[in-house]
Design a protein around this ligand. Structure first.
Ligand SMILES: CC(C)(COP(=O)(O)OP(=O)(O)OC[C@H]1O[C@@H](n2cnc3c(N)ncnc32)[C@H](O)[C@@H]1OP(=O)(O)O)[C@@H](O)C(=O)NCCC(=O)NCCS
Length: 150
């Protein structure tokens, strides 16, 4: 499947929001996406099949550090390499903006995401007790040395 990987436009926000709602147990509000979209510190990247958004990532950048608070692939497109390609694109955009270290949190039980992060070399640096709700769960905090990646 030949997808396009590009920066999100405002026209993508509705589909991004719908994917978030359908996949995440504690989804971001539309306001959170609008804030991310208009922030000078964030980038939102999408994987798109023509005008259909299949997945997206949100990265907040305060170089030399960045935080990856959200990366999601629509259910029907999961397991086809899109998450990997999106994360690769996200890391390369981060590096282009002088990011050296990327941080993130992930649910302890989220095996697909943990598998993805592990395969990129993200290291566990700690846990945050009861970080998530619905259900309440600990977060694993991870970091990646972006310079040594890709
Ligand atoms: C995590 C997520 C973005 C991965 O996207 P994806 O397109 O399904 O993943 P890919 O097909 O690119 O797979 C990349 C790697 O992820 C891991 N992975 C993907 N699905 C997995 C699964 N069901 N179990 C274990 N590992 C899995 C593997 O390491 C895989 O590499 P491999 O194919 O070489 O084994 C996707 O599952 C998703 O949107 N999950 C819900 C949202 C979410 O939890 N986001 C992360 C928040 S911290």
């Amino acid at each position: 499947m030949a997808l396009e990987y590009r920066f999100a436009t405002e026209a993508d926000l509705e589909q991004i929001f719908e994917i978030e709602q359908s996949v995440m147990p504690c989804p971001w509000s539309m306001k959170s996406f609008q804030e991310a979209f208009s922030s000078d510190y964030s980038i939102i990247l999408v994987a798109a099949d023509d005008y259909r958004i299949c997945g997206f990532s949100v990265l907040y950048i305060t170089a030399p550090e960045a935080e990856l608070p959200d990366i999601v692939v629509s259910k029907e497109y999961q397991g086809q390499g899109i998450g990997r390609a999106l994360l690769e694109y996200t890391i390369s955009e981060a590096k282009a903006k002088k990011v050296e270290t990327i941080f993130l949190e992930v649910r302890v039980s989220n095996a697909p995401a943990r598998g993805l992060y592990d395969s990129f070399g993200f290291e566990e640096i700690g846990t945050r007790k009861y970080f998530y709700s619905n259900p309440v769960e600990d977060a694993i905090c991870m970091r990646l040395d972006a310079i040594e990646t890709l």
